[in-house]
Design a protein around this ligand. Structure first.
Ligand code: NAD
Length: 512
């Protein structure tokens, strides 16, 4: 059984019950007079408040990050690596406390919270290889006596704006690479679960990261807009819903910033008639209901091809009563509550609209006892069959423990469905046919593809990103593309004095 520590909010705020900003290596109480409510989703209790920053408070964080940049940029790669190793080790050593913050404010159960941290740690481990990752190319004797080489340099102050569903991992996707490259960083975490970011800031300081290199500003649109408009912020990474991602991309780039903005998703899992039904059903249940469906890589839609539909729906529905829903304090719980009451109710609303629009409700999560009997934001697992592309449950990103099944006759119909969907984050195919799988990876319009793997989140030495409305910008997040995003190339052409070889030449420089 996993030991889970109670989150100590007194170490993460200037007063119990209050989450403040982190600027220049210390907690700074907000002065805007604006704040947000943070709930414990498992009990429905208002747990604490989070300060909301004004544009002036954002500017103070930017000033600290700007002041820290020259020193951090000049810090040797071996020293930066040393700090990153220490950060990695501290996050690992304190993973249970960090997980407790995630459970307390997001609601995910400890095993899931620890999984999130493990995936975040991968990014820190990748960043520990920064001396190798920043190696440029060198061309000797490009012309007689002339060498050419490339160096990659940090951008300056960069910002990350993150969603509620991964309060530790998604910030790590960003800051691990950004600070390894020599940038200084401002994090604007989700206002729904802000404490993990302050806990991580404390660990970064303990690891020896100089003050001002990592800052946290809490808030809403006011803080986000201040980031997007601030002239001293060179780049913005965003992860969240599609409408906000589009806004961040358009506003940030119109202010001259480099922007990568990852949006929402609607991930399809195709099951071909030759698939291993048990494997596919296990995968659909794990990927559909893990983290209460609040994952951007969650499977939302199972596309059952041909006569696989009946046995597959049967196999999935047989597994549903075994999914243990409960609070993170229950060591047996596999799925926790949703993040807010409002979100839980919105998700539950899709059960009514689906029924009205002609779908079959195989399992209704509102029948789970915790839905009615608890003050927490619980909803049991739901399965909706015979969903069509015109229904709300298909068109919208539900982001909850609701799995929908669309039945199609052929593989071609299934692929067309995915390729015509506005989102293109992850997708998966379940089959024993290597040729079909290869054809699928070749022609499907999505950024991350699983073959008998339902949640194909790339390992940290590849990069994460969707296509279409799931990503605005050119570069995917973390991994090699993250290094590219957080650095700019400089190409140096050099020649050293060689007596007697120089002459005046007004022609365009030639290499021959
Ligand atoms: P969200 O878009 O509501 O919020 C994300 C961030 O944007 C938060 O920090 C929030 O404070 C800020 N924000 C919200 N409204 C804003 C506004 N009007 N103006 C400026 N900033 C605003 O997303 P969420 O509900 O926190 O997270 C869930 C969403 O994130 C889902 O759509 C999910 O698919 C997506 N997501 C995508 C990925 C991915 O990698 N593609 C990963 C995780 C989550």
């Amino acid at each position: 059984m996993t030991q889970v520590a109670e989150p100590d909010t007194t170490t993460s705020a200037t007063e119990p019950g209050r989450v403040s900003h982190w600027i220049n290596g210390r907690l700074v109480e907000g002065t805007s007079g604006r704040r947000g409510d943070v709930y414990d989703p498992a009990t429905g209790v208002l747990a604490r408040h989070v300060d909301f920053a004004s544009a002036d408070e954002v500017a103070a964080a930017v000033a600290a990050a700007r002041a820290a940049f020259p020193g951090w940029r000049a810090t040797s790669l071996s020293k930066r690596t040393d700090v990153l190793f220490k950060i990695r080790n501290l996050v690992e050593a304190h993973r249970h406390e960090l997980a407790a913050h995630l459970t307390a404010e997001h609601g995910k159960v400890p095993s899931d919270a620890l999984g999130e941290i493990a995936r975040g740690l991968e990014n820190l481990e990748f960043a520990c290889g920064i001396p190798n990752l920043l190696k440029g190319g060198f061309t000797e004797q490009a012309s007689t006596g002339v060498d050419v080489y490339q160096i990659r340099q940090p951008l300056g102050v960069v910002a990350g704006i993150t969603p509620f569903n991964f309060p530790a991992m998604v910030p790590m996707w960003m800051f691990a690479t950004a600070i390894a490259c020599g940038n200084t960083f401002i994090l604007k975490p989700s206002e729904k679960d802000p404490s993990a970011s302050i806990f991580m800031a404390e660990l970064l300081k303990e690891a020896g990261l100089p003050d001002g290199v990592f800052n946290v500003i809490h808030g809403d649109k006011v803080a986000v807009d201040a980031i997007l408009e601030h002239p001293d912020i060179a780049a913005v990474s965003f992860v969240g819903s599609t409408p906000i991602a589009r806004y961040i991309y358009e506003t940030g780039t119109s202010h001259g910033k480099r922007v990568q903005a990852l949006g929402g998703a609607k991930n399809h899992m195709i099951v071909l008639p030759d698939a291993d039904i048990d494997m596919a059903a296990d995968a659909a249940v794990s990927a559909g209901y893990g983290s209460a469906g609040e994952r951007c890589m969650a499977i939302a839609t199972v596309v059952a091809v041909g006569d696989v539909a009946d046995p597959l729906v049967d196999a999935i529905s047989k597994r549903l009563p075994k999914v243990k829903v409960g609070p993170g304090s229950d060591p047996d719980a596999e799925m926790g509550p949703l993040v807010t009451r409002q979100h839980r109710d919105k998700v539950a609303g899709y059960l009514d609209s689906s029924k009205e629009q002609g779908a079959t409700i195989v399992a209704d999560g509102r029948e789970h006892p915790l839905y009615g009997d608890s003050e927490g934001f619980f909803l049991g697992v739901s399965l909706i069959d015979n969903v069509t592309t015109t229904m709300d449950a298909y068109r919208d990103e539900i982001f909850g423990p609701v799995l929908t099944v669309v039945r199609v006759k052929t593989y071609d119909e299934a692929v067309k469905l995915i390729n015509e969907n506005p989102y293109g984050n992850g997708t998966a195919i379940f089959t024993r046919d290597g040729g079909a799988a290869r054809q699928f990876q070749f022609e499907v319009n999505a950024g991350m593809v699983g073959i008998n793997v339902p949640i194909p989140v790339p390992v940290a030495y590849y990069s994460f990103g969707g296509w279409k409305a799931s990503l605005f910008g050119d570069l995917h997040m973390y991994g090699p593309e993250g290094i590219q995003f957080y650095t700019r190339a400089k190409i140096v052409t050099s020649r050293w004095p060689d007596p007697g070889t120089s002459k005046v030449d007004l022609g365009f420089p030639r290499t021959r």
